[in-house]
Design a protein around this ligand. Structure first.
Ligand SMILES: NC(=O)C1=CN([C@@H]2O[C@H](COP(=O)(O)OP(=O)(O)OC[C@H]3O[C@@H](n4cnc5c(N)ncnc54)[C@H](OP(=O)(O)O)[C@@H]3O)[C@@H](O)[C@H]2O)C=CC1
Ligand SMILES: O=C(O)[C@@H]1CCC=N1
Length: 274
């Protein structure tokens, strides 16, 4: 990819994507990240070798693609500060902020911008990201390809044709690494109670998740069948799964994902109104 890409914000998500891009062959010199303080940026430069800037407008002035990677709560200030430069430069703008809708961001940037909303996740850092993308009507096919290539460099890409579906993407992949990390915590704690050393338990739980995910990805069988294949009749797994079903794990997951999607909608309302 030969585009010059500027990330506004150099936090968890931006550095995860940048790290993944570099691992997949992007030239660090084509990448720039900004943040308010050079003390935060210095270690990013040291680690990734990319360009850094504390002035967002300067960083955007030569960019083909601008990735807005600041917290949703400060997006308005950042966009309004960038409005003039973006209107002159006309880059493809990609927002990764949860909740904030494309029309609001476009308006804050002065209007008529080619804008892609992307909901990535932090496993982008290791090339196993999963991103949902939505394009507004100003985005050309070439720009769609650019966004696809960018996020494909760090994982899989799924386009949605209705913007509201990004809230579901947030629930199933954007926020979801945290659900699995919670599961690892819980499994490690339980295994320690059963007598295993914590480190052993952690290694076994993580490797098992990796194995299960890889099997589910490579197999032509659906997850329900793969689950059934582990459950010997009258055996140990059956007992464990019975317990999880009795404890309403499915409902708990559905409720958590619904809460996640609702929070994204709430954030959109809160943030677009002030
Ligand atoms: N974390 C995740 O798993 C995911 C996050 N997202 C979205 O990504 C976005 C960023 O989240 P995340 O990376 O976790 O947040 P972080 O707080 O880790 O990163 C935000 C970055 O923005 C910088 N920043 C703050 N103010 C400005 C400014 N005025 N100009 C330029 N940079 C600024 C921060 O610098 P400083 O620290 O100095 O304030 C920091 O580097 C959010 O909108 C979130 O919704 C989407 C999907 C997943
Ligand atoms: O928790 C959040 O709001 C962000 C968006 C998805 C993951 N982290």
């Amino acid at each position: 990819m030969t585009n010059k890409i500027t990330f506004i914000g150099a936090g968890n998500m931006a550095t995860a994507i940048i790290g993944g891009l570099i691992d997949s062959g992007a030239a660090p010199t084509d990448l720039t990240a900004t943040a308010p303080s050079s003390s935060e940026l210095a270690p990013v430069k040291e680690r990734l070798g990319i360009n850094i800037h504390t002035d967002n407008n300067v960083a955007v002035s030569h960019a083909d693609v601008v990735v807005l990677a600041v917290k949703p709560q400060i997006m308005r200030v950042v966009c309004e500060e960038l409005r003039e430069t973006i209107q002159q430069q006309r880059p493809l703008v990609i927002s990764i902020a949860a909740g904030l809708d494309a029309a609001t961001i476009d308006q804050w940037l002065g209007g008529n911008n080619a804008l892609v909303r992307c909901m990535p996740n932090t496993p982008s850092l290791v090339g196993y990201g999963a991103s949902g993308l939505f394009a507004n009507s100003a985005v050309s096919d070439t720009q769609r390809d650019i966004a696809t290539q960018l996020m494909n460099a760090v994982g899989i890409v799924e386009w949605v044709e209705e913007e509201s579906l990004l809230d579901a993407v947030t629930a199933v992949s954007g926020s979801a690494p945290a659900y699995f990390f919670l599961m690892f915590e819980a499994m490690e704690e339980a295994a320690v109670t059963l007598g295993l050393p914590a480190e052993t338990a952690r290694r076994l739980a993580i490797q098992t998740a990796l194995g299960a995910a890889t099997m589910a990805q490579k197999s032509d069988k659906d997850p329900a069948t793969l689950k059934q294949n582990v459950m010997s009749p009258g055996g140990t797994t059956e007992r464990a799964i019975h317990h999880l079903e009795e404890a309403q794990l499915r409902t708990t997951i559905a409720d958590a994902m619904e809460a996640c999607a609702k929070r994204a909608q709430e954030m959109a309302r809160e943030l677009s109104s002030h």
